[in-house]
Write a protein that binds this ligand. Structure first.
Ligand code: ATP
Length: 327
């Protein structure tokens, strides 16, 4: 992916929604390309659902617009809706109807022919063994697959999914991931999905857009994001001030950061690890551990979006300190 000339399938322009004082979505500019899986990532309340609702013309923007497959979205944008499948959060199927009945009812509601693609959808979504089960008795993961199946019945070109992996266990998440990957790879379906958990989308998405407080704060390809994360050598030791002195004065090494009371991260010169070790020991610093590590994508996401409440203060203060040091 990442072809700048690829056809744009979903485009948002200056998309803005406010609820009173709450800026739910602010000047959002998205550009989702044909065939890609685009993950829209943000913490709870970041504005994902509001964006998706505006994409589907369920919520009217205060400003800006959404275009899908070249059609400006509005409640009567029939030409576009025929080519879009969507699953909103907690999208219910009829609990007292079986899986098969749910699919058949959806097919009939859409005015599709009797055997139109239902079998393929059952196969694709792995629903064959549950056909006679009431939807209300399905596990969350299977309910999600049924919802996806219903969204796929009219052979959409675009799928828009709000938190499709929410609440699923790792096996359920992997199943949905594989299904979406197949839909994208084998049928060229463009997938736009939201999530608040990076690890659930990082192996799936071709691109990730990070939304925070209604704004798109970063848009990245997975490879690009991975490359951006730097390796480091992490040392747990008894005295960071003394260790910092030894690294700077004895080894002439300044590319490091003090992370916590007992932790130093060194960002380059890994081949000199033994020399660093010796200098520290000679300076009277006790080292309890030394390991190579890589900042995870999760760290990166947390850093961008402020982390969780307990990390908020320490995390950002240290990041500022670290940036200062590394400069
Ligand atoms: P979550 O992952 O929790 O679903 P989200 O990223 O989907 O979060 P939104 O549901 O879009 O976030 O909410 C964005 C902001 O807009 C939040 O502050 C929310 O409280 C507010 N909001 C959303 N819908 C409404 C509404 N109908 N009336 C008032 N405020 C709303």
């Amino acid at each position: 992916m990442g072809d700048v000339n690829a056809e744009t399938v979903i485009r948002t322009v200056e998309l803005t929604k406010r609820f009173g004082d709450v800026h739910a979505v602010e000047d959002l500019e998205l550009d989702v390309r044909r065939g890609e899986i685009y993950a829209f990532l943000g913490r709870n309340g970041a504005g994902k659902t509001t964006t998706i609702r505006m994409m589907l013309a369920l919520t009217r923007p205060n400003r800006g617009f959404v275009e899908i497959l070249g059609v400006r979205m509005a409640p009567n944008a029939v030409r576009a809706f025929e080519r879009i499948g969507s699953v909103l959060e907690n999208a219910g199927s009829y609990g007292n109807l079986t899986v098969l009945e749910n699919l058949e009812m959806q097919r009939d509601l859409l005015g599709l022919k009797r055997n139109h693609w239902v079998d393929e959808v059952i196969e694709m979504c792995g629903l064959a063994e549950y056909l006679k089960r009431p939807a209300g008795e399905l596990s969350l993961g299977n309910r999600q697959r049924l919802a996806l199946g219903r969204a796929l019945l009219h052979k959409p070109e675009v799928l828009i999914l709000d938190e499709p992996t929410n609440g699923l266990d790792p096996v359920g998440i992997a199943a949905i991931r594989e299904l979406l990957r197949n839909l994208s790879a084998e049928r060229g379906i463009t997938v736009f999905l939201s999530s608040h958990i990076l690890s659930e989308v990082q192996q799936l998405a071709d691109r990730i857009g990070i939304i925070h407080q209604g704004r798109l704060i970063e848009e990245i390809g997975y490879d690009e994001l991975r490359q951006r994360n730097r390796d480091y050598l992490e040392l747990k030791l008894s005295d960071t001030a003394r260790a910092a002195w030894a690294l700077e004065e004895v080894c002439g090494m300044r590319d490091f950061a003090v992370r916590e009371e007992d932790t130093i991260r060194i960002f380059s010169g890994f081949e000199r690890a033994e020399e660093f070790n010796r200098a520290l020991v000679e300076a009277g610093v006790a080292i309890s551990s030394m390991r190579m590590s890589e900042e995870s994508l999760e760290d990166h996401f947390m850093k961008l979006t402020g982390g969780n409440a307990s990390q908020e203060e320490t995390g950002s203060a240290m990041d500022a300190e670290e940036r200062g040091k590394r400069r």
